[in-house]
Write a protein that binds this ligand. Structure first.
Ligand code: ARG
Length: 457
């Protein structure tokens, strides 16, 4: 392609370090789509004759069919997907192919192709997250009244509704979707026509190519257009945050599936056995979702490091932008699908959750609140009395509801039999009816809202 300037061909090492075709062939659809828009615009602007434009369009369509059926060939000498398409085009239609590259450069071409790819990736993630949210909401609805221990420091804290716990993840995913939607809106500008870095002297129509490719408008600064990879970083950052959420849920599944917890049985379809220990049922899919989040964060860091300190406009370092995005996208897609499958099919053990919620004095706060409300103790004093009651129950090896009224009154005479109304986990959960609280009625309010947002009503 630059035979005029160079006497010798590239060494084989140069060929290898320079080539991006092994990974950027993923962009072939976007590359052809952008070229079709570009040549249509060139013809409209009379920069290329209509007859030549038709040949180019037919050639590009033929290449698309070839790639669709036979895959994209990988010739390291042809460096990247842009040169593969152009070289094949000239094989098919001859020297007219050379007119396609009028008023553009691979710099604006790759920026355009990659934006189109990332935009689609964002849309795919959004669809997958929609399915995950639907699965969460449906299981939450089923388990609004199921009681489990709520934790802080992974120590039993207060009983909560399992539906409430699942809806916490619905909220995280809601923010993830809004981050992707934000990024999609921000990135939807067309760099095509920025050419190498300075724009072009040809009378092109950038608005036209922008709208043909579904962009809201052309980018405003040609230097920024070819040097900007914010859209890829936005994708990776949103993907990282999303994968952190998936990883936390995965970690909870790993813990909940362990024998000491026994809160859940993961579906066979998302578990594996052990080749030596026949009793084993390992939460491999959850562990891999947890593991993949590290790789996704790593991919995000890789592109941050690549972009840091690059002078304007294009530098070849930027060719390294694609592998981390492609990798993160594959890992994220798998992780979301695996979590959606696990959520849909996991068996929750309501009995086991309730038993653990009832142990660990999880209604101690309810008791202290009762002392404040009904026996008019200052909260600090109530906290102290509650401590004494918990110590006694611990000594006796029983729960708070198992102590007798006499035992309570020996600790503080202001306690009467009404206290037993607040010591059960059901009463505790039902009482937390503040907005966003864990009372099943509140949980159902949030579920109804979610169902509406998801178009399930
Ligand atoms: N393969 C290159 C990339 O992915 C295309 C742009 C090359 N531009 C250049 N001036 N060498 O970034």
């Amino acid at each position: 392609m630059w035979g005029g300037r160079f006497a010798d061909g590239p060494s084989s090492i140069m060929r290898e370090i320079n080539a991006s075709i092994p990974f950027d062939k993923k962009l072939w659809r976007q590359d052809i789509r952008a070229s079709l828009a570009h040549v249509a615009m060139l013809a409209d602007q009379k920069i290329v004759e209509a007859e030549d434009a038709t040949k180019i369009v037919d050639g590009l369509n033929q290449i698309a069919e070839e790639y669709e059926t036979g895959g994209v060939p990988e010739d390291l000498d042809l460096e990247d997907i842009h040169m593969h398409v152009e070289a094949r085009l000239s094989e098919i239609i001859g020297p007219v192919a050379g007119r396609l590259h009028t008023a553009r450069s691979r710099n604006d071409q790759v920026a355009t192709d990659f934006r189109l790819w990332v935009r689609e990736a964002m849309e795919m993630v959004d669809d997958a997250l929609d399915a995950l949210q639907k699965a969460l909401v449906s299981r939450a609805e089923e388990h609004a009244d199921t009681i489990m221990p709520g934790f802080t420091h992974l120590q039993s804290a207060q009983p909560v509704s399992l539906g409430h716990h699942l809806m916490a993840y619905y909220e995280m995913v809601r923010r993830d979707r809004s981050r992707f939607a934000d990024a999609r809106k921000r990135m939807n500008e067309s760099p095509l026509g920025a050419a190498a870095l300075a724009g072009t002297g040809f009378a092109i129509d950038r608005d036209k190519t922008a709208s043909m490719l579904g962009f809201d408008n052309p980018t405003a600064n040609s230097l920024d257009s070819v040097s900007d990879r914010d859209f890829a970083l936005d994708y990776l950052m949103a993907a990282t945050q999303c994968s952190l959420h998936l990883s936390r849920l995965a970690e909870e599944f790993v813990i909940w599936a362990s024998q000491p917890f026994g809160f859940i049985k993961l579906p066979d379809s998302f578990s594996t056995g052990s080749s030596i220990m026949p009793q084993k049922r390992n939460p491999d899919a959850a562990e891999l979702v947890r593991g993949h989040s590290g790789r996704i964060a790593g991919a995000m860091n890789a592109l941050v490091m690549t972009m840091k300190g690059l002078p304007l406009a294009y530098s070849k370092d930027m060719q390294d932008d694609k592998p981390p995005v492609f990798e993160a996208h594959d890992l994220l897609g798998l992780s979301i699908a695996a979590m959606t499958g696990m959520i849909a099919e996991v068996e929750f053990s309501g009995n086991r959750m309730r038993a653990l919620a009832e142990s660990g004095f999880s209604t101690a706060t309810d008791f202290a609140d009762w002392l404040v409300r009904e026996a008019k103790l200052p909260f600090r004093e109530a906290h102290h009395v509650t401590g004494a009651v918990v110590s006694l129950a611990e000594e006796q090896g029983c729960g708070l509801a198992d102590l007798t009224l006499e035992q309570y009154q020996a600790i503080d005479s202001r306690i009467d039999e009404r206290v037993f109304d607040v010591l059960s986990v059901d009463a505790s959960v039902a009482s937390r009816s503040s907005y966003g609280g864990t009372a099943p009625d509140q949980v159902r309010v949030q579920i109804a809202k979610a169902r509406q947002t998801l178009g399930l009503e």
